[in-house]
Design a binder for this molecule. Sequence first.
Ligand code: CMP
Length: 138
Amino acid sequence: MEHTLAIIKPNAVKTGYTGRVLSRIEDFEFTMEAIRLLQLSTEDAEEFYAVHQQRPFFPSLIEFMSSGPIVPLVLQKTDAVTEFRKAIGATDPEEAGEGTIRRLYGESKERNTIHGSDSNENARIEIEFFFPGFFASI
Ligand code: CMP
C-alpha cells in the first residue's frame, strides 16, 4: 500500500500552522496526491470516528473535529501508513519523538494537530470518505 490519509486538525488550521505542517510532511518525502479544505458536520465526524464510539473521549473528539476547518490529504510513499505514523509520532504530543509533527505542533492528546490512518484497510476507507472515487481515478 502506497497511500495514507492525513488530516490537519482544527487546532492547527485555526492557529495558522497548516503551511508549517505541510512543509514538515514534505520534509519526510511524502508526495501529496489530493488535498481539500472543509469543515465536518457532527454527523460526518461521528461517521469518520465510528470506531471510537464507545470511548469516553468520543463526544469531545466529535465536538473538536467539527469545530472548524480541517485539511484532509492523500499522501503517497512506499509503506505510506507505517512511515507516516512514524512521521507524526505518538498520540500524546508529549510522548512523540523529537522532530515528529505532533511533538512540534500538537497541543494535547485530543488537539494533536494531525491524523494518520492506522492500517492499509483503514487508509482505503478513509481516503474514499474524503475523496470519493480516488482509487478509481489512479
Ligand atoms: P486520531 O489519530 O485522529 O484518532 C483518534 C483520535 O482520538 C486521536 O487521534 C486523538 O486525537 C483522540 N484521542 C485518542 N486517545 C485520546 C484520549 N485518551 N483522550 C482524548 N483524545 C484522544
